[in-house]
Design a protein around this ligand. Structure first.
Ligand code: 5GP
Ligand code: MN
Length: 324
């Protein structure tokens, strides 16, 4: 922590980045730090390879996020947030690897410990929980805008305070963020209350696709490109749907198989025709399973890329039930 604070204080141009297909914690993390470093008068570039999902575009500073780095831009520090592997940043990962000081702040158990300075807290409910500490250590006064980003990271990564990572800090920090002007209803409306009709129609197809293993312990949801096309939706619209497959009685592992669009979901190492998301009821460590398949994540939420036919992928997933 001390070294990270020192490095950030001494830096001049910081590149703040997170993983492709960013979720609420990734977006909240990038913006909280972008705004905080801006308040310290640092030159900051916030980078993400993917478009920012519509539901997070209400957050202050979101228009500062770029998906292209000027070839001649020089950064002294890279601040990589909520990202288990450097490669998950996407195509610019090799360029970022050359930045003199790389700071890795994350809460994934499977974090590869890349970079020069790491702050990995697997007990943190969200990366924004860790950044709340960093921002205080930096002495940056909290604003309503920073508070909204921190709150959104915690709200979304804890599944609205329902998942097993929901801890006391989640409530303590969010309580403080509300005192700094965050309105929980407004944020919930932005994040969960403005879905397109297409997204609801896609949910219908997703629910209809659910299969369960013979012993009832593994559930499987499948989303294809054809379904996205039919409902005119984007991969970001799939976020959260896996929770329906997990909520089925007796299910210990829920999986969502997503057909990738043109290698767009996880690029590089993660490139594969399908992306599989895993969720557990808490009794099974899905980060271990995902790691066996070449991916990673948290004990109760993880993922990986896989190649093969849909039938093959399905049978490998349903096969997990034999060991339960
Ligand atoms: P999701 O299933 O929502 O995409 O991801 C669940 C969790 O697993 C997230 O914390 C995410 O970072 C991690 N995860 C998902 N896919 C991959 C992957 O392909 N590789 C790695 N290392 N982690 C992943
Ligand atoms: Mn996270």
């Amino acid at each position: 922590m001390e070294k990270i604070i020192q490095q950030l204080n001494n830096s001049r141009h910081v590149l703040v980045a997170s993983h492709v297909n960013p979720d609420g914690d990734a977006v909240g993390s990038m913006l909280a730090m972008g705004l905080a470093l801006g308040a310290l008068n640092k030159h900051v570039t916030i980078y993400n390879e993917s478009p920012i999902p519509a539901v997070y575009r209400f957050l202050a500073g979101v228009q500062q996020i770029v998906n292209h780095l000027a070839p001649d831009a020089i950064f002294d520090t890279a601040l990589i947030l909520d990202c288990g592997e450097l490669e998950r940043i996407g195509d610019v990962a090799p360029r970022i690897a050359n930045i003199p000081v790389i700071i890795n702040i994350d809460h994934h158990v499977t974090n590869s410990l890349f970079g020069h300075l790491q702050l990995i807290d697997q007990e943190a409910c969200a990366t924004t929980e860790i950044l709340h500490r960093i921002i205080q250590q930096l002495g940056v006064p909290l604003t309503r805008e920073i508070a909204a980003s921190i709150y959104t990271g915690i709200l979304t990564d804890t599944g609205s305070f329902r998942f097993s990572n929901t801890n006391q800090s989640a409530f303590a920090i969010c309580d403080q963020m509300v005192r700094y002007g965050v309105n929980p209803h407004t944020i919930a409306q932005h994040v969960y209350g403005h879905y397109s009709l297409g997204r609801i129609k896609l949910l219908n197809l997703a629910l209809d696709s659910i299969e369960v293993s013979d012993n009832g312990k593994v559930s499987l949801m499948t989303l294809t490109q054809a379904m996205l096309l039919k409902t005119r939706t984007r991969p970001e619209d799939i976020d959260g749907m896996i929770n329906y497959a997990r909520s089925i009685q007796d299910v210990k592992i829920a999986a969502l198989i997503q057909e990738k669009c043109n290698g767009n979901r996880y690029t590089n190492e993660f490139s594969a025709p399908y992306h599989v998301s895993l969720r557990s009821d808490g009794s099974v460590d899905v980060a271990e399973i995902a790691t066996d398949f070449g991916g990673g994540g948290h004990s109760s939420a993880a993922g990986f890329g896989i190649e093969g036919t849909l039938a093959e992928v399905k049978s490998r997933i349903l096969g997990l039930a034999d060991k339960l």
